[in-house]
Design a protein around this ligand. Structure first.
Ligand code: ARG
Length: 458
């Protein structure tokens, strides 16, 4: 067989070795990017007079035909196409004959594959950023609709303190903002053109690396040919960022799953994102969110995979690197879709505010407010904490909310009418109204947070 590399080797690759080394099934995803890169490369070769204008025109028009075939889905891959680069060059020579062979002047598949991956990510990163923004806007809209309602915030999954529902949703928005920032930052490392590094040492041809970089929309050019063909840390970084985003989405999924359980009853998830049971007729299971949680494990596995792939590699290019794409594609596909799934679920979820407010009656979530009230009256906070624990202990023994405790019982512990009145008039709405500190759940503060995010996300 005549492979690109047939020469010293006769090309008599064992059938099993062939099956083992060929990567077309995975890297054909990069087909159109590969051709776009080749067109710019040939234009540069012509500009630099490395190949004639006539040859350049012939090659470029054939490449455009190939791009058209790829875009229309009619490009025919052949059994002997080792990878996407080989497939394109094979088709090129089919169309224009041996002139097609000039395309590989002053380049190698080693810089070509890095280009393909970077241009793919340059296309994916803005997409994920806009999906995150869509999710943030959707959450913000729901936060605004539910402004004023309270819910019990939990620590250790136990009732902690009353907060505004909107404050909890804005926690998601601010978490996701870090994901957007991280992805913008990763783009800086992706945005370095590798073209011209060739196999590892550069070339003796008078190429113009700035030209191809600019033509293909890169803002910088590599500075070391060995580093740039060896480098995959731009993928490690993007995948790690996507992994963090998936962990965030998975935590949100977990909360929604809990809240959808009738034991919480804080939400009713949209029917078209739930499934039933084949045996239990009453079921409305949150399968889609469970799968998001499950797919997060797949992503974490892929991240672990690509880190492991890199850790022992000597410089420069090693064929191990071919395996990077399966991790990259899987993580990108899952993450992009997961952000959209979450946005749509949040958009359609029915938030049950009366149930959230009712749940504020359990677990003595106003206890810290009482302790703060005592501390403001001059009682050292540690002592205030003890006093309130005692009151909570009695209420809990009697199975009563704090506000229903007999005044006399309270007075036996703390002999101050102000405190007794404070406890008798406890109200979660007052509690959130009283919060003043920066970033807290204070009513006015949350209101201005909503406005702030509206401005950021518009
Ligand atoms: N398909 C390879 C990859 O994905 C690129 C080819 C480089 N192959 C080589 N033998 N130098 O990394």
């Amino acid at each position: 067989m005549n492979y690109l590399w047939t020469g010293r080797l006769k090309g008599n690759l064992h059938e099993i070795a062939k099956k083992y080394t060929f990567s077309l099934e995975i890297d054909k995803n990069l087909a159109s990017f590969d051709v776009v890169g080749s067109i710019a490369h040939v234009e540069m070769l012509v500009k630099q007079k490395i190949i004639s204008k006539k040859d350049g025109t012939t090659i470029i028009s054939a490449l455009k035909k190939i791009l058209d075939e790829i875009n229309k889905g009619i490009f025919k891959f052949k059994e002997d196409d080792e990878d996407i680069h080989t497939a394109v060059e094979r088709r090129l020579t089919e169309i224009i004959g041996t002139t097609g062979g000039k395309i590989h002047t002053a380049r190698s598949r080693n810089d070509q594959i890095v280009f393909d991956e970077k241009i793919y990510l340059k296309y994916i990163l803005p997409e994920i950023k806009s999906n995150i923004a869509l999710l943030q806007k959707t959450i913000l809209k729901r936060a605004e609709e539910g402004f004023g309602f309270c819910m019990p915030e939990m620590t250790h999954l136990q009732p902690a303190q009353p907060v505004l529902f909107s404050h909890h949703l804005i926690a998601y928005i601010s978490m996701l903002e870090r994901d957007r920032e991280r992805i913008s930052d990763a783009l800086k490392r992706v945005d370095i053109s590798p073209l011209g590094a060739c196999a590892c040492a550069g070339t003796s041809f008078n190429i113009d690396t700035e030209y191809t970089a600019k033509k293909l929309g890169f803002s910088r050019v590599f500075s070391n040919s060995i580093d740039v063909v060896s480098d995959r840390d731009f993928i490690l970084e993007v995948l790690a960022d996507f992994g963090i985003l998936m962990v965030h989405l998975s935590r949100m999924a977990e909360e929604l799953i809990l809240w959808h359980s009738p034991f919480f009853g804080f939400v009713d998830l949209p029917e078209d994102f739930c499934t039933g049971s084949s045996i239990m007729p009453q079921k409305k299971n949150p399968d889609v969110l469970e799968l998001l949680r499950g797919k997060t494990s797949v992503v974490i596995g892929d991240i672990s995979g690509i880190f492991t792939l890199m850790k022992g590699l000597p410089f420069s290019y090693n064929r191990d690197l071919q395996e990077d794409k399966r991790f990259m594609f899987e993580v990108c596909e899952i993450t992009i879709l997961s952000a959209l799934v979450m946005a749509e679920i949040i958009r359609k979820t029915h938030f049950k505010f009366s149930r959230m407010e009712e749940a504020c009656n359990y677990g003595y979530i106003e206890a810290t407010d009482i302790a703060e009230f005592l501390a403001k009256k001059g009682i050292p906070f540690r002592q205030a904490h003890h006093i309130v624990s005692e009151i909570v202990g009695i209420a809990s023994e009697k199975g009563l909310p704090l506000s229903k405790l007999d005044k006399r019982v309270i007075k036996e512990i703390v002999c101050d009418d102000d405190v007794v009145n404070f406890i008798k008039n406890l109200d979660v709405h007052k509690s959130v109204k009283n919060k003043k500190s920066q970033g807290s759940t204070g009513l006015e503060l949350v209101k201005s947070e909503i406005e702030k995010w509206k401005n950021i996300l518009k």
